[in-house]
Ligand binder design. Structure first.
Ligand code: HEM
Length: 485
């Protein structure tokens, strides 16, 4: 039985109704970071009527994500989970249980298995070539880097999951009544989905206010998920058509084919339509990381020099970089890691929920508490990192920490059983696009802009894209014949 007086972790005194929500500003990771400095490595907050515990040290993160992970592995029910993923039926928002285990197993064993990743390498190579050609086509004019990067990532993940890129053609969207959307609108749909999955929706924390939808997020969630319904229905019909036409000779070519085949198995519950989170999560996260890396390098040109010195020495100037070269490029790898340390895609990882009462570091944590791990705070802890606010890739040369969640001071993909299942694709995309972009181009700022004018603000939400997309200029660095790809 629960003791009457709980020994909750320290934290600010909550107000009635709103709890501590008054202390959370437009950039929640920054507000939470400030609060942890005052209240310590394990902190209790009240968001509306809901208990929240924040862990912000290596020890507490390890406790939540590893030592006691069975109790911290669940997800809370949020409006995003309900409306954008068909009632929690995707990997990200489904609660811990049979469904999540099955969906996750499929993802890890099928989509991201070493064999599958290898067999899809040709897709990544083709899309990388297109990216490099597109950058070359900008011919020294200012352009929004993020747009080209997200096209590449989206094409890679779409071709792996859906069998082809839907950006080249108009796609069908809009539930029930069908309308056609362009590739540009499709990207906007994904952007919206990603954003809405990271917003701080008041109704999630003060449930009785939920019906008012004061911020209008739920309305937007419903609109975007309807659009996805229509699109995914179209994808399924196309795949099913091919399957039926090919009959006995049908060979599984992508994730949708696989799910269609598995759908014949009555014991499997994983739903066919739920690929939206893979598309959105897979596209935005690597794009954001590369955009931050190039932004930081434009602020510190000496890093460009070191990077290109490594590329010229190891690769030379007569070829592009292949995935298998990356292990010979420690400085490029270090730049990618440093970008993920200072600008983690998920600065608070993803929300978890406790499945039962427990005690951590002598404090009581009741059942159904929302759990946050502040990877942002850990990545900036001066006890763990020298000059933590400085962008300094060298720190990862001296100290070869990996990205796989084995060292709790660096958690770009989270850790434990709920860690990012797409990390192998994510890290490959980040490292090889960064390597090729640095190899192929000299990066400059447009017009009269100087490095002091570069802003490093983040956009509102639980994720951290740049608030103002980076506009940059790229000049070829290699012999010109290298660009006829
Ligand atoms: C640079 C690239 C990426 C970064 C930095 C990243 C980061 C993360 C993080 C921090 C989490 C939360 C883990 C936790 O709570 O412990 C996560 C979860 C997730 N990521 Fe990624 N990710 C990336 C790429 C991808 C890709 C390419 C995919 C798939 C195509 C993907 C799919 C997912 C899914 C489905 C989850 C939810 C897992 C679950 O709840 O079981 N991510 N990611």
């Amino acid at each position: 039985r629960r003791p009457t007086k709980l020994n909750l972790p320290p934290g600010p005194k909550p107000y009635p109704i709103i709890g501590n929500l008054n202390l959370i500003g437009p950039l929640p990771h920054r507000s939470i970071h400030e609060l942890t400095r005052k209240h310590g490595e394990i902190m209790h907050l009240k968001f509306g009527s809901i208990d929240v515990v924040v862990g912000s040290s290596v020890e507490i993160a390890k406790f939540f994500l590893k030592t006691m992970d069975t109790n911290f592995i669940c997800r809370p029910k949020t409006a995003a989970g309900k409306y954008t993923t068909y009632n929690y039926a995707d990997i990200t928002w489904s609660p811990y249980g049979h469904y999540w285990r099955q969906a996750r197993k499929l993802c890890v064993m099928e989509l991201f298995s070493a064999k599958r990743m290898e067999s899809f390498e040709y897709i990544r190579v083709e899309e990388m070539k297109s990216l490099l050609m597109e950058v070359r086509r900008t011919s020294g004019e200012g352009f929004v880097l993020k747009d080209l990067l997200s096209t590449m990532s989206l094409n890679v993940i779409s071709r792996m999951v859906l069998g082809k890129s839907y950006l080249d053609e108009s796609v069908v969207a809009g539930g029930g009544r069908r309308t056609v959307v362009s590739g540009k609108e499709f990207k906007e749909m994904l952007d919206e989905l990603f954003l809405l999955n990271g917003v701080f929706n008041v109704g999630d924390w003060i449930p009785w206010m939920g019906f008012m939808d004061l911020q209008g997020y739920v309305k937007r969630m419903k609109v975007v998920s309807k659009k996805f319904d229509g699109f995914l229905e179209h994808v399924l019909e196309e795949h099913d058509g091919r399957r039926r036409a090919e009959g006995e000779g049908f060979v599984v070519a992508d994730m949708v084919d696989l799910l269609l085949q598995l759908a014949d198995d009555p014991t499997l519950e994983v739903k066919l339509e739920r690929n939206g989170d893979l598309l959105a999560g897979g596209t935005e996260s690597s794009t954001m990381t590369v955009e931050w890396a190039i932004t930081e390098l434009l602020r510190k040109p000496e890093i460009f020099e070191k990077a290109t010195e490594e590329l010229d020495r190891v690769i030379g100037r007569d070829r592009w970089i292949k995935e298998k070269d990356i292990s010979d490029l420690p400085y490029i790898k270090a730049i990618a890691k440093e970008a993920m340390r200072l600008h983690p895609v998920a600065p608070l990882l993803t929300l978890r929920r406790t499945r039962g009462d427990c005690t951590v570091a002598g404090y009581d944590i009741p059942k159904d508490t929302r759990v946050i791990v502040s990877a942002w705070t850990i990545g900036r802890d001066p006890r763990l990192w020298d000059n933590p606010l400085e962008f300094c890739p060298e720190r990862f040369i001296e100290n070869e920490i990996d990205v796989k969640g084995t060292n709790f001071k660096f958690l770009p993909f989270g850790a434990g059983r709920r860690m990012c299942p797409g990390y192998s694709l994510g890290i490959k995309t980040v490292e090889s696009s960064l390597a090729n972009l640095l190899h192929g181009f000299k990066w400059k700022l447009p017009g009269q802009m100087t490095r002091l004018d570069i802003d490093i603000e983040e956009r509102y939400g639980l994720s951290t894209p740049k608030k103002n997309p980076l506009v940059t200029v790229a000049h070829p660095r290699l012999p010109l014949e290298m660009y006829s790809l």
